[in-house]
Design a protein. Structure first.
Length: 229
């Protein structure tokens, strides 16, 4: 666009002002968190799922942990194919700045950890008070203990239907994922949180076999909900 900027890839950017900028064409990078959420959903449900229009290089930290868990996957250009139908093992994670394990995948990984064999330690190093989804997962049958910035998840525990409340964007995603493997019908309240980061998530998951729907404004606070069975 005509800007004069030096230092890309370093800790210092030097910007020299110009009289004007001109138009340009730019392709926005894929959303690595949305892609990662679907990858974990496939790993958790034991499916065979291909996530297209993503950048596998941006998912490096997540895929590395999933591989250690026993998840089978293959990358091809702008797609990731996940094939998960075997026993999964517990692997600890600690959230870090990119390219480390993203804090925005911590909640989804916790949902996965409830269904693997063994004990998983999850350490949140980026944000405080970001385990609000843990109690909702406990309502569904998970065995999770939170102490400060650490959460201990003991699996494998069966999950069952419950009425749960979404507290933020990524917490909502973790509850949707957990509901996919829970026995019975799970109702998620306050799903307006998930709409901030996942466009038509129920349509996308229904397209690959999930049984879920948006049930409108039927709850006391007039907030939308999702049902997954």
């Amino acid at each position: 666009m005509g800007a004069k900027i030096e230092g890309a890839g370093t800790q210092t950017l030097r910007i020299q002002g110009v009289s004007k900028l001109h138009g340009a064409r730019h392709r926005i990078i894929p959303d690595r968190i949305e892609a990662g959420t679907f990858v974990i959903a496939a790993a958790l449900t034991g499916g065979d799922l291909t996530v297209n229009s993503c950048d596998p290089n941006h998912l490096g930290a997540l895929l590395q942990k999933l591989e250690a868990c026993g998840v089978k996957f293959a990358t091809n250009g702008e797609s990731v194919r996940v094939v998960s139908n075997g026993k999964l093992n517990a692997v600890d994670i600690s959230t870090e700045e990119y390219p480390g394990f993203p804090t925005d995948m911590q909640a989804q990984y916790m949902a996965l950890a409830t269904q693997v064999e063994g004990t998983t330690m999850i350490t949140e190093n980026i944000f405080e008070n970001r385990f609000m989804h843990a109690q909702e997962l406990v309502r569904m049958g998970a065995n999770i203990k939170v102490e400060g910035s650490h959460a201990t998840v003991r699996g494998k525990t069966p999950l069952s239907s419950a009425a749960v409340q979404c507290s933020d964007l990524r917490a909502s995603a973790s509850l949707v994922i957990a509901a996919l493997v829970a026995d019975g019908e799970t109702i998620l309240d306050r799903v307006y949180h998930i709409d901030r980061g996942y466009e038509r998530i129920e349509e996308k998951l229904r397209g690959v076999g999930a049984q879920m729907k948006r049930i409108g404004e039927m709850l006391p606070k007039k907030t939308p909900a999702l049902v997954s069975a």
